[in-house]
Design a protein. Sequence first.
Length: 122
Amino acid sequence: MEQEITKLFDSELKVMGILWNEGDVPAKQIADALTKELGWNKNTTYTLIKRCIKKGAIERSEPNFMCHALISKEAVQEAETTELINKVYDGSADKLFASLLGRKKLSAEQIEKLKQIVDGLE
């Protein structure tokens, strides 16, 4: 059975991004990184971490308020992509794919890579 991924908002994804990139880190390190990157107040980051804990996306442990991601980046990407396909493209992945390909001129190398991906699906 597929695990339901709780919807994470953009600000919560910033917190998760630190964990996905750095692994388990103290909340203070997350706050410091987001203060530097985005100018966020430390309390804002702690509030977002607590929200992620409540949603089951982060687990907290002691000492030092260590944070551990309970959901993978790939699982969130898959859930977000499925939501986008369902919401905007009437559940049709081929409509999304056509829309993406129609927006930009692809190099021969990019086209070849896409062919390999599609061949891998068959």
